[in-house]
Design a protein around this ligand. Structure first.
Ligand code: 5AD
Length: 332
C-alpha cells in the first residue's frame, strides 16, 4: 500500500485507528501467517564511547557500573539460548572497542559452529571492512537504528556525530548481504509527528528488512531524564503504517514498549508486529544495560520468561516461531 505524506500524518494523529490496525494485522498475516519470531538477545557490554542525549549507557554517565562479558560468557549464553530451542541470536553492545572486532568475529564463528543459529549483530557504526569481517565470520543480520532521519535533530541528540555516515553504514551493510534492521525513537524531544511521517516515507524508500521503533523512555542520569516519555499510540500507529507500506519486513515489539505499556506485546502483535525478543544477558550484568528506565529490571528464570512469552503468543491465537526468523523482504 502506498500513502502520501498527508495520509501518514492523518493516520499518526489517530484518524482511522480501527481501520489501520485491522489492515496491518491482515498484511502481517499474509506475509508471516500466525508465526511470531522469537529471538534471544545477549547485551555483551554497556561500555559506550558516545554521548547520545537520551541513552542511559552514554559515556558521560558516571553513575553506571560498566561491564563487559568475556568471549566465553557470550558463547555460553548463546548455548543457553540454543538449549531453549531458539535459532535466532542477537548480540548487542554500546559503541566501543571493549570487545574488539576480532573477538566479535571469533564469537560469530564459534556461535555459528556450535549452534547453527542465525546471528544478528547490533554494535553501531563500523568501517565496511569490519562489517565484511563479521559477515564472513557468520553474522547474518545487523541492527543499526538511525533513530531519526532529520539531520539537524540528529546532530543535537548525538553530539559530535552526523546522520549521513550512519545512513552510509546501512547502505554498506545492505551491499554486504546482511539482512538489515533500522528505525527510529518516537517521541524524542523535538521529534514532531510531521517529522516522523516524513521519516517513515524515507525509510521505506531506503529499504530495510526489519523496522524497529521504540518510544522514547527517559533514562536516569542523562540530559533528558526529566523529559516526557513518548506516546505509545504513536508507536503502534507508526508500526502499523510501516507494515502496510512494506508488508514483508520483520517488525519487533521493542522491549522499550513494555516500559510504557504492560500490554504492549498483545497490542503490537495484533497491529502489524511479528517478532519478540528476550534478553538472556546474565543476571549479574543485565540490570546495568540501562538504556532507559525499566530496561532489564527483572531478575528471573530465562525458561520462565520464555514460557511467559509463549503463553502471550498462544493466548492471541498465534504460534511461537522457534526457527531462524528471516525477513521475507527483498529489494525492489
Ligand atoms: N528510549 C528509547 N530507546 C532508546 N534507545 C537508547 N536509549 C533509549 C531511550 N532512552 C534505543 C536506541 C538504540 C537501541 C539499542 O536502544 O534506538 O539504537
Amino acid at each position: 500500500m502506498t500513502f502520501t505524506f498527508d495520509e501518514i500524518y492523518a493516520l499518526l494523529m489517530g484518524r482511522a485507528d480501527n481501520w489501520l490496525y485491522m489492515k496491518a494485522d491482515e498484511a502481517k498475516t499474509n506475509a508471516y501467517g500466525d508465526e511470531v519470531y522469537l529471538r534471544g538477545i545477549i547485551e555483551c557490554t554497556n561500555i559506550c564511547a558516545r554521548n547520545c542525549l537520551y541513552c542511559g549507557i552514554r559515556a558521560q554517565n558516571e553513575k553506571l557500573k560498566r561491564y563487559t562479558l568475556t568471549v566465553d560468557e557470550i558463547v555460553a549464553t548463546a548455548r543457553q539460548i540454543k538449549a531453549q530451542g531458539l535459532k535466532s541470536i542477537v548480540i548487542q553492545s554500546g559503541e566501543s572497542e571493549a570487545v574488539s572486532d576480532i573477538e566479535i568475529a571469533r564469537i560469530c564463528h564459534k556461535i555459528k559452529d556450535e549452534t547453527g543459529a542465525d546471528i544478528t549483530l547490533s554494535m553501531g557504526e563500523k568501517p565496511k571492512e569490519t562489517y565484511r569481517l563479521w559477515k564472513e565470520a557468520g553474522a547474518d543480520r545487523y541492527l543499526l537504528k538511525v533513530e531519526t532521519l532529520q539531520d539537524e535533530l540528529y546532530r543535537v541528540l548525538h553530539p559530535g556525530y552526523e546522520l549521513k555516515p550512519r545512513i552510509k553504514c546501512v547502505e554498506n551493510l545492505k551491499n554486504l548481504g546482511y539482512q538489515v534492521g533500522s528505525g527510529f525513537i518516537a517521541g524524542l524531544p523535538g521529534y514532531t509527528t510531521k517529522m516522523l511521517a516524513a521519516d517513515l516515507l524515507e525509510l521505506v524508500q531506503i529499504g530495510v528488512h526489519m523496522f524497529s521503533l521504540t518510544p522514547f523512555v527517559r533514562a536516569q542520569h542523562t540530559p533528558l531524564e526529566q523529559h516526557l516519555n513518548g506516546d505509545m499510540d504513536l508507536v503502534y500507529r507508526a508500526m502499523a503504517i510501516y507494515r502496510l507500506m512494506a508488508p514483508d519486513v520483520n517488525i519487533p515489539v521493542a522491549s522499550a514498549c513494555a516500559s510504557l505499556d504492560s500490554n504492549s506485546k498483545e497490542k503490537g502483535l495484533k497491529r502489524g508486529a511479528n517478532v519478540l525478543m528476550l534478553s538472556y544477558t546474565p543476571d549479574k550484568y543485565r540490570h546495568d544495560y540501562a538504556l532507559y528506565q525499566g530496561k532489564n529490571t527483572a531478575f528471573t528464570e530465562k525458561l520462565t520468561d520464555l514460557k511467559n512469552l509463549v503463553d502471550v503468543i498462544l493466548k492471541l491465537g498465534l504460534k511461537p516461531g522457534f526457527d531462524f526468523g528471516r525477513s521475507k523482504y527483498e529489494y525492489t
